[in-house]
Write a protein that binds this ligand. Structure first.
Ligand SMILES: Cc1ncc(COP(=O)(O)O)c(CNc2cccc(C(=O)O)c2)c1O
Length: 455
């Protein structure tokens, strides 16, 4: 049949018809794409039947693992009942309502409302407009600048990419848009120089205060940051960083926005990353682990400070998407969160497999190529170095990371490399023996890459 014929040359069809995200398509088409066909637990399988341990849970998101039939069945039921309806014009659907309630039940006492989107990027665009509407409603329309961080990641929409601090994204599309500025990142290993982590954490947090002074407090709406930068390389800030950030936001009367797209829903061993660091956001974008990626859904968790104004004083908030609160995506997310609750995955990450992964990564620190490992819950990084003595980095950081990543891939482990940092973000259901495999395969990858880089 033409389907089987098509199946045999999916690669050619992909090259002919499909432009991939974040890809050099000429190189990709020459190299060919890997067709991933199936997933089970923490494993994915390509169309040649090769099995990979997915140390990255898709893109940071498959928290409950692949093949959870409970979600498929919940989606099937909802799909058959009502495949779509909107939440505009005074309508809603049962899963959407129940999902909003369930999310806020885990988000702490000050967060009681959710605005739904289709992605994490749209969630960032959404809070950006909410923050400006909030201040305008309080009679401060000039309070509209947003401060973000270099090497932060907040998505690929115009606002998302502008909030992000990735230069290679700004260069494509003349970004950032006006109204968004960046300060430093709490990356002690790479930028701490002779300061202790504690000193560096305070120093880089205080760049926020300096930036507010430079811009004028009455012009600044918000500061946005990931609890732990994900795509930036799993940059775990020094202990002193977040308390100082929270102090400054309060003292200078700007909204604190915490991007929970990666850190949310158990990734750090708490329901949300801000809870790991003990800070209270005014607004928090979410996505990824919300549905474990089974269906696309995102949103913004809204604190009462903003929510009361948004609900009771703004009148029409003229913003939203066709798929805001999509009933089938909401049903998938609702069942996903039920699994996380019933299987106590957050507690498991905090008390069992998170510490277990941290110990396994620590055991790699004796390797000549490993300068540092960082691990919070099941979100971790291995910092590659050329010379540990003075934290000397490889000239070609990308090559170091790619050599480790490709060797791991050839040995059945999917990892992410951001420059010279190897990143781990496995499903929250990963077993200790699967973690052992991740560590073993990583060590072999390090041995290989060390030889190549010494070459
Ligand atoms: C913190 C954060 N905020 C927003 C987004 C955007 O979400 P959407 O993609 O759903 O619009 C993200 C997404 N993060 C993301 C997406 C794709 C790839 C990688 C990578 O690290 O390779 C990371 C993210 O990590």
């Amino acid at each position: 049949s033409n389907l089987s014929a098509a199946a045999s040359n999916l690669g050619a069809l992909d090259a002919a018809h499909h432009i991939h995200p974040f890809s050099d398509m000429q190189k990709l088409n020459a190299a060919g794409t890997r067709i991933i066909e199936r997933g089970e637990g923490c494993y994915i399988f390509d169309n040649h039947g090769k099995k990979y341990l997915d140390g990255f849970a898709g893109l940071w998101c498959v928290n409950v693992g692949y093949g959870r039939k409970e979600i498929t069945e919940a989606v099937m039921r909802q799909m058959n009942e009502l495949p779509y309806y909107n939440t505009f014009f005074g309508t809603t659907t049962p899963p959407t309502v129940l999902l909003a309630q369930k999310i806020t039940s885990h988000a702490g006492p000050n967060i009681n409302r959710v605005f739904f989107t289709g992605s994490g990027s749209e969630a960032n665009d959404t809070w950006f407009r909410m923050a400006r509407v909030y201040w305008a409603t309080l009679g401060k329309p000039e309070k509209k600048m947003v401060i973000a961080r270099r090497n932060g990641y907040h998505g690929s929409t115009v606002v998302g990419a502008s909030l992000g601090g990735m230069k290679y994204m700004h260069e494509q599309g003349a970004l950032p848009i006006e109204g968004i500025v960046h300060i430093g990142q709490p990356y002690w290993y790479g930028e701490g120089a002779d300061l202790s982590p504690a000193e560096f954490g305070l120093k880089v947090a205080r760049e926020l205060e300096a930036k507010i002074d430079e811009l004028g407090e009455d012009n600044v709406a918000a500061f946005v940051a990931e609890p732990i930068q994900g795509a930036g390389g799993v940059i775990v800030p020094p202990e002193t960083y977040w308390p100082e950030i929270a102090r400054i936001c309060k003292a200078r009367n700007i909204l604190l926005v915490v991007d929970e797209v990666i850190c949310g829903f158990g990734r750090t061993g708490q329901w949300f990353g801000h809870q790991h660091f003990g800070v209270e956001p005014d607004l928090a974008p979410i996505a990824k682990g919300l549905s474990s990626g089974y269906l696309p859904i995102g949103g913004v968790m809204v604190s009462d400070r903003v929510g009361e104004v948004l609900v009771n004083e703004v009148g029409d908030f003229n913003h939203g998407f066709t798929y805001s609160g999509h009933p089938v995506c909401a049903a998938a997310a609702l069942e996903n969160l039920r699994i996380i609750e019933d299987e106590k995955l957050v507690e498991r990450v905090r008390d069992d497999v998170g510490p277990y992964l941290a110990a396994g990564l620590k055991s790699l620190e004796d390797h000549p190529m490993v300068g540092q490992t960082q691990c919070v819950g099941l979100m971790a990084a291995v910092q590659l170095v050329e010379d540990k003595a003075d934290r000397k980095r490889f000239e070609d950081k990308e090559k170091a990371g790619i050599e480790v990543r490709n060797h791991c891939l050839a040995n059945g482990l999917v990892l992410r490399a951001t420059g010279d940092r190897m990143l781990y973000s496995p499903p929250l259901v990963i077993s200790r023996s699967e973690i052992d495999d991740m560590i073993t395969i990583t060590r072999n990858g390090l041995d290989h890459a060390w030889k190549v880089m010494q070459g």
